[in-house]
Design a binder for this molecule. Structure first.
Ligand SMILES: [Zn+2]
Ligand SMILES: [Zn+2]
Length: 389
């Protein structure tokens, strides 16, 4: 495999931002990283004036570019994962919907099959599965299909996990429903339980955290809102330091000020940028399917017939840009909400999530407008509309 150097970039590392530095890539890994000028003999790519970050990790994404994880199509997943490189995403959790057991099982089997066969240099990695439902509350379905909501059981989760070859890393669930407590006790060591699509009270959320829940799904959407006498799911998310939370930062799912409050409350280590994107991302306006329901997509919005928001068409690099605008924060502070926090949560931080010697060379290079200039996937350079090399 090619060996080369990315030089003159502004490099974001776990410990500091290097104003001008270089990264040496060898055999798909980061082999060196330093300040100032590179003086060796390897081929050089000039990233002068550009931002060099770890590749994005999207832990909540159903689809995009015409594809959906629920389609259970191997070629569809391939196209989806390849296309994600264009927005800087190098790893993601394929996210399922509240659907029939049969359809969920088909999707799980397809993901496992795809993982065994795919070319890791040419596409974003599926680093696991996010099961969004079916163990949610029928009172907060959002764009999930209420027909297929069911109660959690140890047997069902074990069955799904076995079919998924232990790849289920996150389950979005409602902690107040019957069976939730038992399944949390049985699986919280192995699976990250994320509170979402729920009518849990503030107290119920905090109890679920004591039992092992660790995350909140799409903060502000499909949960009990903050009230000053009943702070609800979102009040608990703000104040419980054990909980991390994810946000769809498209300016539609939440008001920019609500995003700013969330970052202030959670800090940059417990805030995860997600897209929650569906298949219309990267596609023209029109009619699309989401988990068997019809979705109208116009401009930046995707809605069911009922008017309920139906996932997003957000791209990760656009989310980064929005987050900077909404909060007034710099990349120095927020880069880790796109990668490192997720890598730690998924226990893959030894391999991914930051720019450090020995880790995979999963790198995104952005300009000052957060346009993706290049995405490097385990050493392989991909360029899009704006070519820099
Ligand atoms: Zn949802
Ligand atoms: Zn979702």
């Amino acid at each position: 495999m090619a060996e080369y150097v990315i030089e003159n970039g502004r490099i974001y590392t776990e410990f500091e931002t290097i104003e001008t530095g270089y990264i040496i890539v060898k055999s798909g890994k980061i082999a060196g990283l330093g300040k100032g000028e590179y003086e060796g003999t390897l081929p050089k790519y000039d990233a002068n004036g550009l931002h060099v970050l770890p590749g994005f990790i999207d832990i909540h994404i159903h689809g995009g570019y015409g594809e959906d994880a629920m389609d259970a199509s191997e070629t569809g997943l391939k196209h989806f994962a390849e296309s994600l490189l264009s927005e800087g995403t190098t790893s993601f959790l394929a996210t399922t919907m509240t659907q029939s057991d049969d359809n969920i099982i088909k999707a799980l089997k397809n993901i496992v099959k795809y993982q065994a066969n795919h070319n890791k240099y040419q596409a974003a990695d599926i680093v696991g599965i996010h099961l969004e439902g079916p163990f949610i509350s029928e009172h907060k379905v959002g764009a999930q299909n209420p027909k297929y909501v069911q109660r959690p059981s140890i047997e069902k989760i074990q069955q799904f996990q076995n079919i998924a070859n232990q790849q289920i890393k996150v389950i979005t669930f409602a902690p107040e429903v019957s069976g939730a407590r038992e399944t949390l006790a049985a699986f919280h060591d192995k699976i990250k339980f994320s509170i979402g699509h729920t009518v849990a009270t503030y107290d119920e959320v905090n109890e679920a955290v004591e039992q092992g829940a660790r995350h909140v799904t799409h903060l502000y959407n499909a949960g009990t809102p903050f009230e000053h006498r009943e702070p609800g799911v979102f009040g608990a998310a703000w104040t419980n330091d054990t909980l991390s939370t994810e946000l769809i930062v498209d300016g539609i799912h939440s008001h920019p000020a609500a995003v700013k409050i969330a970052l202030k409350q959670k800090g940059n280590k417990q805030f995860f940028l997600i897209t929650d994107a569906m298949r219309a991302k990267g596609m023209p306006d029109g009619e699309y399917d989401l988990g068997g329901q019809n979705v109208h997509v116009k401009g930046a919005e995707a809605r069911l017939e009922s008017g309920a928001l139906a996932g997003s068409i957000l791209k990760m690099n656009e989310g980064v840009k929005n987050l900077m605008v909404f909060t007034g924060e710099s990349l120095d502070k927020i880069w880790r909400v796109t990668s490192l926090n997720q890598a730690i949560a998924l226990n893959i931080e030894h391999q991914k999530g930051s720019l450090a010697v020995g880790k995979d060379a999963d790198i995104v290079i952005l300009d000052n407008d957060q346009t993706v200039c290049a995405t490097i996937k385990e050493g392989e350079i991909h360029q899009f509309e704006k070519r820099i090399f």
